[in-house]
Design a protein around this ligand. Structure first.
Ligand SMILES: [Zn+2]
Length: 149
């Protein structure tokens, strides 16, 4: 018997029902069914998947550490583990940002600057899909952060 997985490549950018609720002020612009930024959504989903896969591998890997018989292997395994944990922390944060970006897409608030309410240019979103600020506000924020030290 052949258990061939039925085509898993269905382009499923199902917009949840919530996306249809009009959120405040976008009366002029009509948002297409699968969102304004279908390709960025795809990027985000792909990135999320990659992180989740990697996280799974890290967890599996960590399970093996106790089995290292050699001391030096053990030591390097611990370094490896610390490294993995740092990565995981960073990735967990990124993962959260990705989730939030996808939520904003569902709510049709994606691409709007949190600070000034202006549109974030597509180019910026494409380069940095999890951003919530336009470049001006982001620059300002960074300057303030630097000033605070
Ligand atoms: Zn802004």
């Amino acid at each position: 018997m052949k258990a061939r997985p039925t085509k898993k490549r269905t382009p499923s950018t199902k917009a949840p029902k919530s996306a249809r609720f009009k959120r405040s002020a976008t009366p002029r612009k009509k948002i297409p069914k699968n969102g304004k930024y279908p390709d960025i959504r795809r990027d985000l989903e792909r990135q999320r998947e990659a992180i989740l896969n990697e996280a799974g591998e890290v967890l599996t890997h960590r399970g093996d550490i106790a089995a290292f018989p050699d001391v030096s292997d053990q030591a390097s395994a611990e370094i490896d583990q610390n490294f993995s944990m740092r990565i995981r922390d960073r990735e967990r944060k990124l993962l959260k940002k990705i989730e939030e970006a996808l939520e904003r897409m569902d709510a049709a608030t994606y691409g709007t600057c949190e600070d000034c309410g202006g549109d974030i240019p597509y180019k910026r979103l494409k380069a940095r899909p999890v951003t919530t600020l336009c470049i001006e506000c982001k620059t300002l924020q960074e300057q303030e952060e630097q000033a605070r030290g």
